[in-house]
Design a binder for this molecule. Structure first.
Ligand SMILES: Nc1ccn([C@@H]2O[C@H](COP(=O)(O)O)[C@@H](O)[C@H]2O)c(=O)n1
Ligand SMILES: C[C@@]1(CO)OP(=O)(O)OP(=O)(O)OC[C@H]1O
Length: 170
């Protein structure tokens, strides 16, 4: 049966941090603050996948007070989310992400982000969409206080078509 999930995340800018987005170390005056590497778009994507699985969220899987995840590479966390996907007999069919950032300019890094996310998920790069937008200087993104990201993911849950045997109503 097809399942859809949505994810959203925000990280604030901070001095002395790197700006990791989709696994790319984007040149930036300031980076993003977080317990992990603060890769906001990878976090949104993980939550979209977990949403489609009805499997909670990344905070449940990787608590932000657990030292094990301090400075964690979010692509590694994404590969662990994929372990959950596979354990349930599910697979990621498609996903699409949007990053809202007034700066830095992200277009030059979009293809590398797609490749990194596709590799971490073990899917073809054609199944990963990536877009960037400013907010026309409006709001916290426009004031360059942080970056927001959204993602949607479409999964086959491996439970049949929902019409006959293997019907899933939850
Ligand atoms: N951080 C960003 C934001 C936007 N882009 C690219 O610029 C295009 C126009 O952005 P608007 O917010 O003015 O609509 C957008 O479609 C992206 O291609 C970017 O590279 N990095
Ligand atoms: C990724 C995790 C890992 O501890 O930490 P953060 O980098 O703080 O990211 P956030 O999206 O705030 O919370 C989720 C956590 O699971």
């Amino acid at each position: 049966m097809l399942r859809i999930g949505h994810g959203f995340d925000v990280h604030r800018f901070a001095e002395g941090r790197r700006c990791i987005l989709g696994g790319v170390d984007v040149p930036s005056q300031r980076g993003l603050l977080g317990h992990s590497d603060a890769d906001v778009v990878t976090h949104a994507l993980m939550d979209a996948i977990l949403g489609a699985l009805r499997a909670g969220d990344i905070g449940q899987l990787f608590p932000d007070d657990d030292p094990a995840f301090e400075g964690a590479d979010s692509l590694v966390l994404l590969s662990r989310v994929m372990d959950v996907v596979r354990a349930r007999g599910a697979r990621v069919l498609d996903c699409d992400c949007t990053i809202a950032a007034q700066a830095p300019k992200l277009a030059p890094y979009r293809e590398q982000m797609r490749k990194n996310l596709a590799r971490a998920m073990g899917v073809d790069v054609g199944r990963v969409g990536m877009k960037a937008t400013t907010t026309e200087r409006l709001g916290f993104v426009g004031r360059e206080e942080g970056i927001a990201a959204w993602a949607v993911a479409l999964l086959d849950d491996g439970q049949g078509d929902g019409l006959g045997a293997g019907r899933c109503n939850d």
